[in-house]
Design a protein around this ligand. Sequence first.
Ligand code: GLY
Length: 565
Amino acid sequence: MEKKLKGKISSKTLLLIILVIAGCGQLKISTFYEKGAVVTASEAATEIGLDILKQGGNSFDAAVAVGFALAVVYPEGGNVGGGGFALLRSVETEKIYALDFREVAPAAATTNMYLTDSGEVIENLSTLGALSSGVPGTVAGLYEIWQKFGSLRWEKLVEPAAKLAENGFVVSESLHKSITKHKDDLSIFEETKKVFLRNDEPPQTGDSISFEDLATTLYAILENGADGFYTGITADKIVQTMEKYGGLITKKDLADYKVQWREPVKFMFDSLEIYSMPPPSSGGLIVGQILKMIESYDLTNQNPDSPEFVHIFCEISKLAFADRSLHLGDPDFYNIPSAMLDSNYLNSRKLKINSNYAVPSEEILPGNFRVTESDATTHVSICDKDGNMIALTYTINSEYGSKLVVEGAGFLLNNEMDDFSVKPGVPNYFGLIGGEANKVEPNKKMLSSMSPTLIMEEGQPHLILGSRGGSKIITTIAQAIINKVRFNLRPEEIVAFPRFHHQWIPDKLYLEEESFGIDLKQELIKRGHNVTERSRYGGLNIIYIENGMMIPASDPRGDGSAAGF
Ligand code: GLY
């Protein structure tokens, strides 16, 4: 069933959204669905997810099929060579779960592995090639989701992706543009060039492209489950590529890889229960800090782009990102303060804020407890007719990850090792800094910003959301929740709304270019902000649920695709 969304968009918001859409593609008007909804970064993947739901599969089956499909049709971010996180709500158990399938540092990794003997960071070592890869977690994660919550046969979920890779699919305009933009990087390794370029040229929009080696890998996974990736011929190929290019991942690292179920970060914002990803993602706690610090502000006379609100949001984000730099890392290696969302602590942090003037970042320190555009992350939101919900965000870190395809296996390896703090105080790819908590250690997980989030209202599904965008995922999610809860924007407005971001260091307030009026920029400069315009970012994919009716909406900034039935 489909029903057009009714209601009014305020003229100011409409203008801003039209400006965003103008640079990004078509405005996708939201519709209501009652049997199921799927939002992904690719139309082909969304279709596969919907088809699984129509065959009687649940949200979790659909997410597994979509996860594999994105590895084929969205190779810059979709993956089998990366890792991620998922928040799941099961109607059967009436519980919300957080699954950690983040990559892990190989057993041979060392704290100073990216430094020279004199302690200087070696350029590109943590971002390019075999040494930048953590042990992948995606296949184990998707397999675990199916084992614990799936209802259809495993083969049914992997087959659509394997067939796409084997028989080919039509190259979208954005895939053509993406491969063209990264052509030089994709030519560094012969294995990668063979997969993505034809006679040294990117495939054109409308061409059919197939990935034979990736199809072989997917069929091995189809036949043998996660073992088809972590042992046997696929594992042999990964290790051969490591040996050829000086990487550290061994057969034992692969065989030892394990997913972890973790307790979701849970907090209230107004009357809503918010569940998000705990460490080793910083997402849930830092989104939580931002929302809890903003909760007491009266925003009734403000707009989502008024200078007062943007100023407060960014001042609060600075405080939260300062905490991220010192206090967060893999909880199995580092004691994370338990009071990060404590209201007394957050109230004391807020004393730093001046409502009229930006506090310079150098005057802000991480809190004292007594006790990161363009990136290759992608987010999937799915809800079925029973109310099973999944928010799944996975990544190979930067676009096309390490740029290294495993020879004969056809997939890109991640460069997630760069999400560790390779040297205290030295910014990573996303400009984020860190220290002891997030230093490289063997078998440790690198800190993430991914923030798959589920929101419930009085025990009923309300919102599923997540985004790409590195460090900017955190502010994208916090901004989206405030835009829904405090400014009453509708789903298609929430995903399109222009974005702003501050992550403490560098001391810059980023505004999406050509998206805000000159007044806002000038007002923020007057308040002492270092305003910097930057290209549009993020890929916010959401499903809003009201009385069992689902409204999916995809970010107009990319190839996003929202559908339902
Ligand atoms: N690689 C980006 C993140 O995990 O935050």
